[in-house]
Write a protein that binds this ligand. Structure first.
Ligand SMILES: [Zn+2]
Length: 140
């Protein structure tokens, strides 16, 4: 019996066209749902499902990358607060959701998962614009 293929390890997810940057131990992608503008996912390059499976130096590098990308995303989208979510219930491969919460947030005290909304996809130009906006803050 073989384990089911991991979508993050087989290139099925996230979509390559949503890649923002190679950050070192991780790769950042624009999330499919842009209802919360700038929502980014940061995916560990190698397969692991739990933080305790990482060696201390790798875990430290991961959290540094989380902080670096969160700062860029938060600055790019004028976040009042960043949400950091590491779940893995649906895709069991370490990936952080970095979600800017803005002043116009419809439910500022609620987790995004409980905010009822139609997922907001972007066309190619809209996706490219958001990716460029985040990239411009990554090295600033
Ligand atoms: Zn994986």
């Amino acid at each position: 019996m073989t384990a089911p293929a991991c979508p993050a390890c087989t290139g099925q997810w996230p979509p390559a066209g949503q890649r923002i940057a190679d950050c070192g131990a991780t790769v950042a992608y624009l999330h499919d749902d842009q209802f919360f503008a700038g929502w980014t996912v940061l995916v560990l390059k190698r397969h692991a499902t739990e933080l305790w499976q990482l060696a201390p130096a790798e875990r430290a590098a991961l959290i540094e990358e989380v902080a670096r990308v969160a700062r860029a995303v938060g600055t790019a989208f004028d976040a009042v607060k960043l949400n950091y979510e590491l779940l893995g219930n649906q895709i069991a491969h370490i990936h952080w959701h970095l979600i800017p919460r803005r002043a116009d947030d419809p439910a500022p005290t609620a987790p995004v998962w409980t905010v009822a909304h139609a997922p907001r996809g972007l066309d190619a130009a809209g996706t490219a614009a958001r990716i460029a906006r985040i990239r411009s803050h990554l090295d600033a």
